[in-house]
Write a protein that binds this ligand. Structure first.
Ligand SMILES: Cc1ncc(COP(=O)(O)O)c(C=O)c1O
Length: 475
């Protein structure tokens, strides 16, 4: 990359009353290079610029650069200025990764069924680039100050309309808080609930990794609530004494079941009974293939459900944008958490997302990727049936992950390890259990994320897993 003008700034502190300004500059640059505060290849300011910055003559800086070049610390390339030379013998400073150096060695992964990754090759970068430039062109500069702590008014209105239209939600713009993804929203929600006197949170078991840890860090007592083929067991939730529960009702993570209609009603009744709160993780509801859309729980009981949405599955995790639909009594508390912690998401990105959604580009993208995921899902189902016989997959009606039930007696952990040794990454279901070992007596299974794996790799990966299972079964 070429630097646009003059070269970068550099921290050199001179004692103008002291002796030999050139020596002072030379010593400081030499030390910075030795300690790797200036890394090999890094560009130095032009002699004119550094002289101007330090208030010395240009000749002084020219002499310094010449001396350090002679010593092997710097090198000058015509047209590309002066850079720090490669110094193979110097040890990198702690915590500094030298550009170009390989990271810690890891086994090569040829097929990655890691849960939760959307098709990164399909991220609509042209649309995003359009939206960001449109946002940059049109956002009034007055909105470039500290944003409204609840988030961009424009995005909040667009999200509430989207949620009403696509998720049968029931919230206005005033009830929406923009966050930098589900996780950030979750931490705000848990802190707010704790201040409202909630001390115990029910978590799906099996359920998303880390949620127990996040809850405990928020000072809550996290308790497991079993999930069966109809979703979370509300009887057990009632017995747990929890007054709040965190759920993935549209497509349970990781089992893939949709919360059954009777359970949804039972759950809302439970919340009324205990004056409880339901945290609805609405992370991949947009992707469903051959079942009716399931509306958001938030639409059923807007006073008791906090819904959390995110673009991590629909667009890309790296965008770090999400939203919360919040019952009015919690809005101020959640906004306060956000204001105190980080003030939240970048204004231009919020505006870009609002434009993407409002102009139909977001919906168009969803239609496109839904077809890609459907094709991948079909390839996966066909290959699994070929390799393992029928009826092995769960939760394939929606989303980008599925559960592969292994033959009884095979260790899911051993299969995952054997697959990894052959370049296939996949997680055992046990990783999603509330407590290690709580899977005892439960049939072994693997969680397969297929959003970011093309059909050819899917077929190859399943064949490798089948070979490992056959070996494990025979052993
Ligand atoms: C169960 C679940 N909820 C939520 C999310 C989204 O989280 P975030 O918006 O923090 O990226 C994910 C992403 O993988 C997920 O798997």
């Amino acid at each position: 990359m070429t630097w646009v003008h003059g070269g970068p700034d550099l921290l050199v502190a001179l004692d103008h009353g002291g002796a030999r300004l050139g020596s002072q500059i030379q010593d400081q640059l030499r030390a910075a290079i030795r300690e790797r505060r200036l890394a090999p290849g890094e560009r130095l300011p032009s002699t004119r610029r550094l002289a101007g910055l330090l208030g010395v003559s240009r000749g002084t800086v020219v002499d310094v650069y010449e001396q350090l070049s002679a010593e092997g610390y710097l090198e000058s390339v015509v047209g590309s200025g002066t850079r720090v030379a490669a110094m193979p013998s110097a040890a990198p400073a702690r915590g500094v990764r030298v550009a170009g150096a390989p990271a810690a060695a890891s086994a090569p992964i040829a097929v990655d069924f890691e849960y939760g990754v959307p098709d990164l090759g399909s991220v609509p970068l042209a649309d995003w680039s359009w939206a960001v430039s449109e946002a940059t062109r049109t956002l009034p500069t007055a909105q470039l100050g500290d944003e409204d702590p609840a988030g961009s008014r424009h995005l909040r209105e667009v999200v509430s309309a989207y949620h009403r239209r696509v998720r049968a939600g029931c919230a206005g713009g005033d009830d929406v808080v923009v966050v930098s993804g589900f996780r950030q929203g979750l931490t705000f929600a848990l802190a707010t609930l704790a201040r409202h006197g909630v001390s115990r949170l029910g978590l799906e078991d099996p359920g998303p990794r880390d949620h127990g840890l996040i809850a405990r860090r928020a000072g809550l007592d996290a308790v497991p609530v079993a999930v069966d083929e109809h979703g979370v067991d509300v009887g057990r939730l009632r017995a747990s004494g929890a007054r709040a529960v965190l759920l993935t009702p549209a497509h349970q993570c990781p089992t893939g079941v949709a919360l059954a209609p009777a359970r949804r009603r039972e759950l809302i009744a439970w919340a009324e009974e205990v004056d409880g709160v339901i945290l609805e993780d609405d992370y991949d509801a947009e992707f469903r293939y051959d079942r009716q859309p399931v509306g958001s729980l938030q639409g059923l009981d807007p006073d008791r459900v906090i819904a959390l949405g995110s673009v991590s599955k629909t667009l890309a995790p790296a965008l770090r944008l999400g939203w919360m639909l919040v019952p009015p009594r919690f809005v101020a508390g959640i906004v306060e958490e956000k204001r105190l912690s980080s003030r939240g998401a970048p204004a231009l990105d919020q505006e870009a997302l609002a434009l993407l959604m409002e102009t139909g580009r977001f919906d168009r993208h969803l239609r496109r990727v839904r077809e890609i995921y459907r094709t991948r899902r079909d390839a996966l189902a066909a290959e699994v049936e070929r390799a393992f016989g029928p009826g092995r997959l769960r939760g394939l009606e929606a989303g980008c992950h599925t559960l592969l039930a292994l033959p009884g007696g095979v260790s899911e952990r051993a299969v995952a390890a054997g697959a990894a040794a052959s370049g296939v990454r996949v997680s055992p279901l046990g990783d999603y259990r509330f407590e290690a070992g709580s899977a005892d007596g439960v049939p072994p299974a693997l969680v397969l994320g297929f959003g970011n794996v093309d059909e050819e790799r899917i077929r190859r990966g399943i064949r490798i897993i089948a070979d490992v299972v056959a070996r494990e079964g025979a052993g």
